[in-house]
Design a protein around this ligand. Structure first.
Ligand code: GCO
Ligand code: MG
Length: 405
């Protein structure tokens, strides 16, 4: 079963998605996600120009060798563009292997470790009340875990908050250049602790609560936030500070027992080796699409398990339904799975283009039982929604200093 053809598609059903389709000479094909938010065309070019020509004619069964070929065989290791390209090829090859074997991918990984995958939903609002009402609606739908984000009072926009305060879903095409958003740690601190105090007051002790800081704090500020949030018992505090210097998490860890999560921008295990090995974090949030696919994420999960770190894959809207499917297979298998971020099935157009077979209900999800990943991609429907250049916003302090993501 050799690789006959590799096609790369880019479509924008509300936001951009890059999709890879590998077809074999036996007629079996596989699909993978290579979406890199705001840098989509770099991955398309890399796949078409540098990756695809090297793979034509090779055995589609050689997942491991192809992964090594594209990682070790290339002088330029790691990197977001490279690893997103490898990820898409890898997912498509697992999809093909599953179809050839007549088994869903989670069975190839070793079978189920749990009945279903626990999800956390997103609740946000312009005010604390609005955020908590949003949370109540998710609880009514059956969610047992919810991420809370409220607009920072006194700032014109807050990333991660839906509504007129800011769009989280980054409407594509509306941003021909990166918008800029101001940040004030002081203003943020004023509201965030109150948000969680009020959430516990309203929902009681059972509901799992989460929060994403989007890396806006310095390590000592993160340590302080973790301490202040301890009474409200978060499942995890996400991306409190950046960890290019992984040791900065040692400082945060020394001060707080609030569980810590990080990793959605990481491309390889090397980005978080010390974080995991030293048990400075509790959840690793790498995504199959940005970290080299199923092959790579499986290794991350096994490494993390040794140190009591769980996987909690990134599940924002810029990961295509194909990546969502890949995560559901990994999550079903991984003995050290923690929780999966979930933001819904996407726009109507998105659901017309992609079918991923994932069953969602009562705040839980299960992968498709179909052979492979269980995903479908409608090429004609995708062609109706062409690529639109778009960017994530840039963050600046109120005096204009460029700030962290
Ligand atoms: C999350 C993420 C997203 C990212 C987005 C960037 O936890 O859902 O932080 O909000 O910012 O995926 O591409
Ligand atoms: Mg995040």
């Amino acid at each position: 079963m050799n690789i006959r053809d590799i096609k790369v598609f880019i479509c924008s059903p509300g936001r951009n998605f890059v999709t890879v389709k590998i077809t074999t000479d036996s007629g079996i094909y596989g699909l993978g996600d290579a979406t890199l938010n705001g840098r989509e065309m770099a991955v398309v070019t890399y796949l078409e120009e540098c990756v695809a020509p090297c793979l034509i004619g090779r055995s589609a069964h050689d997942i491991e060798d192809i992964w090594q070929y594209l990682y070790r065989g290339v002088y330029w290791r790691k990197g977001a563009v490279n690893m997103a390209a490898i990820a898409a090829i890898d997912m498509a090859l697992w999809d093909i292997k599953g179809k050839a074997a007549g088994l869903p991918v989670y069975q190839l990984l070793g079978g189920r470790s749990r009945r279903a995958v626990t999800l956390y939903g997103h609740a946000s609002g312009s005010t604390i009340d609005e955020t908590l009402d949003h949370c109540a609606a998710l609880v009514a739908e059956g969610y047992s875990a919810v991420r809370l984000q409220s607009a920072v009072a006194g700032l014109p926009a807050t990333y991660g908050v839906l509504g007129d305060k800011k769009d989280y879903f980054e409407l594509q095409g509306s941003r021909p250049l990166p918008p800029e958003e101001p940040w004030s740690t002081k203003k943020y601190f004023n509201g965030v602790v109150e948000l969680f105090r009020r959430a516990r007051e309203r929902f009681g002790p059972e509901l799992n609560l989460l929060h994403d800081v989007h890396s806006r704090l310095t390590p000592i500020e993160s340590a302080r936030l973790g301490k202040l949030l301890e009474p409200y018992d978060l499942l995890f505090l996400e991306d409190a500070s950046i960890a290019e210097n992984q040791q900065s998490y040692e400082l945060i860890r020394q001060h707080t027992t609030t569980p810590l999560a990080i990793g959605e921008t990481y491309n390889t295990l090397w980005d978080c080796k010390e974080l995991i090995q030293n048990q400075w974090i509790d959840y690793i949030r790498m995504a199959a699409t940005h970290a080299g696919g199923i092959t790579a994420l499986r290794r991350v999960a096994d490494f993390a398990a040794i140190y009591n770190v769980k996987i909690a894959p990134h599940g924002a809207p810029d990961l295509s339904p194909i990546c969502v499917a890949a995560h559901m297979h990994l999550n079903s298998w991984a003995p050290n799975f923690g929780i999966q971020e979930y933001v819904g099935a996407g726009s109507d157009a998105c659901q017309q283009i992609f079918t991923n077979g994932v069953t969602v209900g009562n705040g839980m999800a299960s992968p498709s039982e179909a052979p492979g990943l269980g995903v479908e991609f409608d090429e004609q429907a995708a062609a109706q929604h062409p690529y639109k250049r778009s960017y994530l916003p840039v963050s600046r302090l109120e005096d204009g200093t460029l700030w962290h993501w």
